[in-house]
Ligand binder design. Structure first.
Ligand code: SAM
Length: 271
């Protein structure tokens, strides 16, 4: 008898409707190579194998091997990688789509790792609260670093809310299906590392003005508070738009405004 491991987020899908919804949302063709994170008992893997050219599955728990073997006897287009998805070099796998019911404890790092690697389309299941933060718009309580970090690099759509009854064992919270389509043309980011540091700095103080937030978190950008104060004084003299933006509260700024501020501050400090 298989024993579910809570620490690995092992709530397996049992409701076929949501398996079908995930597969349909990914618009799979026989040209697609799909990456799945987390095999479980393979309920999603089987549908992916039927609809795609090839499926890579990364699974950390070797005790699920009997389920993998059963699937591999039926389908010859499944390759299982027994490893931690956070440690696998994704550049070595030639997938173009990602479909997965993610283990909730690695939601954030695996999402960023996937976006960095790049793909055509991803359809992913997250905890509902996490999903809401991914799609949140400026001015709302769920809007934060995650929202801006993802939406600045991709188009993100909320597909559907999923009740706990769709899984076994039944989780305590709702889940959600999200579609992510990377979009390099959406915004131009001058320097990705600076942008990530900038986001970390300002969203540590989402209710303060950008100016105050940057001074309070100046260490994230490798300055002390007095240096940052001086930089921002000169920076806000650049033009009235910059002045207005840095005096606005962090959580009220749109993704576009935040990208603009980060780009301008990067160029200003590198002059
Ligand atoms: N796809 C299956 C389903 O929908 O029923 C399983 C989904 S379950 C939420 C997450 C799966 O990811 C589990 O099988 C778990 O063992 C696996 N897992 C957890 N952490 C992992 C990691 N770091 N790398 C790879 N797989 C992981």
């Amino acid at each position: 008898m298989f024993k579910h491991k809570k620490r690995l987020g092992q709530c397996f899908l049992i409701d076929k409707n949501f398996v079908n919804k995930a597969v349909e949302s990914a618009n799979l063709t026989k040209d697609d190579v799909v990456l799945e994170i987390g095999l479980g008992k393979g309920i999603l893997t089987e549908e992916l194998a039927k609809n795609a050219k090839k499926v890579y599955v990364i699974e950390i728990d070797k005790s699920l091997e009997p389920y993998a073997n059963r699937l591999k006897e039926m389908y010859d287009n499944i390759e299982i990688i027994w490893d931690d998805a956070l440690k696998v070099d994704l550049d070595k796998l030639d997938f173009n789509k990602v479909v997965a019911n993610l283990p909730y404890q690695i939601s954030s790092p695996i999402t960023f790792k996937l976006i960095k690697r790049g793909f055509d389309l991803a359809v992913l299941m997250y905890q509902y609260e996490f999903a809401k933060r991914m799609v949140a718009k400026e001015g709302t309580k769920d809007y934060g670093r995650l929202s801006v970090s993802v939406q600045s690099r991709a188009d993100v759509d909320f597909i559907s809310k999923i009740p706990p009854t769709a899984f076994y064992p039944k989780p305590k919270v709702y889940s959600a299906l999200i579609k992510i389509k990377p979009n390099k043309n959406k915004y131009y980011i001058e320097n990705e590392d600076f942008f990530d540091d900038f986001l970390r700095a300002i969203f540590q103080h989402r209710n303060k003005s950008v100016r105050k937030a940057l001074i309070d978190s100046s260490k994230e950008l490798n300055y002390d508070k007095d240096e940052m104060k001086k930089i921002l004084e000169d920076f806000s003299d650049t033009n009235s738009e910059i002045k207005n933006l840095i005096n606005e509260k962090v959580f009220k700024l749109s993704v576009g405004d935040i990208v603009k501020l980060s780009n301008e501050l990067y160029k200003f400090t590198k002059r």
